[in-house]
Design a protein around this ligand. Structure first.
Ligand SMILES: CC(C)(COP(=O)(O)OP(=O)(O)OC[C@H]1O[C@@H](n2cnc3c(N)ncnc32)[C@H](O)[C@@H]1OP(=O)(O)O)[C@@H](O)C(=O)NCCC(=O)NCCS
Length: 162
C-alpha cells in the first residue's frame, strides 16, 4: 500500500542568512509590505545579533525560499512575557502544502526550548483564511483591537497592511 500522500513535504527550516534577503523581500511584498532587499538585509543582520528576534526561512526541495516567519519575544508590564509571531508568509505558489504549519511548529519548538510559555499572533481581520490556519495550528481567538499609529517626525505614515 502506498503512503506517499501521507508523507510530509520535505522541508528545511533554518534562521535567515544575509543571502536570503531577496527571497524574503519578495515574500514580504506578497504580504503587502514594500521592503527593499537592503532593508531586509539590515533586518536579518539585526535579528542575528538580537536574542529576542528570530527570522526563520523554509526551503523546499528546489532550495528556493518557500516561506518565512519572524518571532519576537515581548515583555509587557500588564500582560507578561510571551513569544509573538511578527510576520508569517508563504510564497503564493506554495500555500496549502504545510509550509506555514511547519514554520509555526519550528517557532513553537524554539520558544519552548527557551522556556517561553505563550505565543501570540496578531492577524488583520481581513485575513480570514489565515485565521482558520492559526486555529488549526492550536491558537485560539483572544481579542479584537484597533491599532493606532502616530509618526514621530514629519513623513509618511507607516504601512498598515497588518
Ligand atoms: C496563512 C499562511 C501563512 C499559511 O501557510 P500555508 O503554508 O499556506 O498553510 P498550511 O499549508 O500549513 O495550511 C493550510 C491552511 O492555510 C490557509 N491557507 C491556505 N492557502 C491560503 C492562502 N492563499 N491565503 C491564506 N491562507 C491560506 C488555510 O487555512 C489552509 O487551510 P484550508 O486549505 O483548509 O483552507 C499562508 O497561506 C500565507 O502566507 N497567506 C498569506 C499571508 C498571510 O495571511 N499571513 C498571515 C499574516 S498574520
Amino acid at each position: 500500500m502506498s503512503t506517499t500522500h501521507q508523507q510530509p513535504t520535505p522541508m528545511d527550516i533554518r534562521p535567515a542568512r544575509i543571502e536570503d534577503a531577496a527571497g524574503v523581500a519578495k515574500l514580504l511584498d506578497q504580504l503587502g509590505y514594500d521592503r527593499t532587499v537592503e532593508m531586509v538585509r539590515r533586518a536579518i543582520r539585526a535579528s542575528a545579533s538580537d536574542p529576542e528576534s528570530t527570522i526563520l526561512v523554509a526551503f523546499m526541495a528546489d532550495k528556493q525560499i518557500a516561506g518565512c516567519l519572524q518571532m519576537v519575544f515581548t515583555r509587557r508590564l500588564a500582560e507578561g512575557d510571551r513569544g509573538e509571531i511578527a510576520s508569517l508568509v508563504v510564497d503564493a505558489d506554495r500555500r496549502g502544502k504545510g509550509v506555514g504549519a511547519r514554520l509555526v511548529q519550528a517557532a513553537v519548538d524554539r520558544l519552548r526550548a527557551q522556556g517561553v510559555a505563550n505565543l501570540r499572533v496578531r492577524c488583520n481581520v481581513k485575513r480570514e483564511r489565515a485565521h482558520r490556519f492559526y486555529e488549526r495550528c492550536g491558537f485560539r481567538r483572544a481579542k479584537t483591537q484597533t491599532v493606532f499609529d502616530r509618526p514621530l517626525s514629519p513623513g509618511e505614515w507607516p504601512s498598515t497592511t497588518d
